[in-house]
Structures are given as C-alpha cells and as structure tokens.
Design a protein around this ligand. Structure first.
Ligand SMILES: [Zn+2]
Length: 213
C-alpha cells in the first residue's frame, strides 16, 4: 500500500532520519482499519493528515467548502494536498502544518511536491520544513495572549509527544527535549525565545498521527 510508495519516493536521508518504525507503525495501523483508503478517492493522491485543532483553525481562516471524502481517526483527519489545497491555506502568506506520509515530514501546502531534503529541520528524528514551523508559530501568535509565551520557560513535558521525535521516554527525556530546542533555536533565522519555539514544536509534533492512542 502507500508505504511502498513512500519508500520509493522519500529521500534516503529523510527515510533514515524520520524513523522507519514510526512510518511503518502509521501505515500498519491505518491498514488494519478496512475503512481507511490511503489514496484520495477523488484525485488518487496519497492522503495526508492533520490534527483536528489545526484543521479547525484552517477552516475558520479560509471558510473553505468541505467535501465528504474524509477519514477521521482519533484527533486526526485525512486531507488531500490536491483537493484540500485551498483549505490548507494555499492562498495565504503562511499556512497550517500537516503531516505528509509521502515526505515523511510535517510540511505546509507550499512545500507539497517540492520538499528539499537539504533544508528540512529536525527535532529528534522528526523532520519538518521551515514553512511548517513558520505556520505553527503564526497559529500560536494568533491564539496566544501577547505575554503568554515569552522567555525561556519550558512547559511540562508531554510524554505523548515523544513518540514521533524518537526521544526515549526516560529520565533524560526533558534534558534531551531542551537540547533539541537549543539546536533548533540556533538554526532558526530569527531571534526567538525557547518558550515560543517549544510551543511551536509541540504543534508540529501534534500533526503526526498516532492512531494507537
Ligand atoms: Zn484529492
């Protein structure tokens, strides 16, 4: 099924970094559900996934018309990067992040079909594009009080977010989480506090479907 397509099309670097086990887990679990069809029934494109929170944000922002060919599982909805391009904020200067099995990364609609493996960012083993992080930051800035994410105070670690990052869930998890944030803050082209970056990274990770929960 779609995992074969992923293996043929994802770059070797991204295959290694994102983690084969996670991708296999997603494909395997989805394939256990006989209702799930990996390809969009309207256009045949490989479906992507988005957390319902980002989906509602995009829907409110774009007021896009919805079609019925959608798969809902847990906190995630399937989206088609072709049929849902407008919903995914293609016409905006920034757009919501979502998970693309084709790229094995969290991306934005502007990245679809042109993910450049040399410029993807990483948090642990999870790859995402600079546009995806930009989208997450803009979403948070639209929703958070101006004084809500200042400084470098990191919120309590949400262990449910560790899975997609490959960070081991043990006593060192928080230290590793902060180390990954500090690596990312250096790469980000603008001055940004760890607290705001932490919140955006959590939004990025939330887009990766974890249907085992
Ligand atoms: Zn489609």
């Amino acid at each position: 099924m779609q995992n074969n397509k992923v293996k043929q099309t994802a770059s070797p670097r991204m295959m290694d970094k994102v983690g084969r086990s996670k991708a296999r887990s997603i494909s395997h679990t989805m394939s256990d559900d006989t209702r799930f069809k990996p390809l969009c029934p309207r256009c045949g494109e490989l479906r992507c996934f988005i957390h319902i929170y980002a989906f509602v944000f995009a829907l409110k922002t774009t007021r896009a018309a919805l079609h019925g060919d959608r798969y809902i599982r847990g906190h995630w909805l399937s989206i088609c990067p072709i049929c849902d391009a407008y919903l995914l904020m293609r016409e905006f200067t920034w757009s919501v992040p979502f998970y693309s099995p084709h790229d094995m990364a969290v991306i934005c609609i502007a990245d679809y079909g042109c993910v450049d493996a040399t410029s993807v960012l990483e948090f642990g083993n999870l790859c995402f594009t600079p546009n995806a992080l930009r989208g997450a930051l803009e979403m948070l800035r639209k929703q958070t009080r101006p004084d809500g994410r200042d400084g470098d105070a990191i919120e309590r670690l949400d262990r449910e977010l560790l899975g997609p990052t490959g960070i081991p869930d043990d006593d060192s998890a928080r230290a590793e989480w902060i180390a990954q944030l500090e690596l990312l803050v250096v790469k980000w082209p603008e001055r940004i506090g760890l607290a705001e970056l932490d919140a955006a990274v959590r939004t990025i990770i939330e887009q990766v479907p974890n249907v085992e929960k």
